[in-house]
Design a protein around this ligand. Structure first.
Ligand code: ZN
Length: 274
């Protein structure tokens, strides 16, 4: 896909990361988060509506050993602190480790497992069954842009976003398709990843085939697609437009810190990213 970037064009190959949409992280699971089932259904809808948008779809699962504490990740002899130690969850081969039933996985290109015998928050800590790493697969497939959805905002989503940025990807977090363990840490995580260079966007703003001139019009209507904000990397004028972007603001509306951070970030951080 060729995407207009203001005066320039660059070739975009997008991947989707679906982080840990598993039974144990959704309602009724060992570490269930509110809104988890809704995320599962929403991600399925995204893939159904945009079947050719992503050149690769990665889905991760926490996949822990049953016969040990996974490097201190499972609280065995004391109450879990929900920071470094957790109740037993996502044990390999158990129903809790399976994808949520509302997540349709037909479009998944790479199934990533992580956490065998150790704590692993980021999808980059996992591999395919054949042992391929996420970083190597992204490079091999020429992926330039990654959208990230899933669970939980304040832990594995956060860690995966930061690692994707570190890998050099243009990263968007689709904020209507994530859910967190706790409100304040989730808001802090979004502010942190926005400051680090991720764009906070809505899945409803995704347009299959961006065309020249459409991004500006969409910005006026408040239904801007991310390329408008990507343009901020290219020019200061575009950056100030992006700060007014309705989508970015409503996106982070439940989070004042993330909102101002995200708006500032478009101008500040992305200029160093081009
Ligand atoms: Zn775990």
């Amino acid at each position: 896909m060729i995407q207009r970037m203001g005066e320039e064009e660059r070739t975009v190959a997008r991947a989707l990361f679906i982080i840990d949409v598993q039974n144990d992280f959704t309602e009724g699971g060992a570490l269930g988060v509110d809104g988890g089932a809704q995320v599962a259904a929403g991600v399925s809808e995204l893939l159904a509506q945009h079947p050719r948008y992503y050149s690769s779809v990665f889905a991760s699962r926490d996949w822990h050993d049953i016969d040990n504490d996974n490097g201190g990740h499972f609280a065995r002899d004391a109450a879990p602190d929900f920071v470094n130690t957790w109740p037993v969850h996502c044990v390999a081969g158990t129903p809790g480790a399976e994808y949520h039933p509302a997540l349709v996985t037909d479009a998944v290109t790479f199934h990533i497992r992580k956490g065998q015998g150790k704590p692993a928050y980021s999808i980059f800590e996992g591999t395919t069954e054949a042992g391929e790493t996420v970083g190597a697969l992204l490079t091999a497939r020429g992926v330039t842009d990654v959208d990230i959805v899933g669970l939980a905002t304040d832990h594995c989503v956060r860690a995966s976003v930061l690692d994707a940025l570190e890998h050099g990807q243009h990263v968007r977090v689709l904020t209507d398709l994530i859910a967190g363990v706790a409100v304040a840490p989730s808001e802090a995580a979004l502010a942190e990843v926005a400051h680090a260079g991720a764009v906070l966007a809505l899945s409803t703003a995704i347009v299959d085939e961006p065309v020249a001139g459409a991004a500006g019009a969409a910005g006026e209507s408040g239904a801007a697609e991310a390329p408008t904000r990507d343009d901020a990397a290219e020019s200061d004028a575009a950056a100030s437009d992006a700060a007014d972007n309705d989508a970015a603001e409503s996106d982070a509306a439940d989070n004042d810190a993330a909102e101002s951070d995200a708006a500032d970030n478009d101008a500040d951080e992305w200029s160093g990213h081009s």
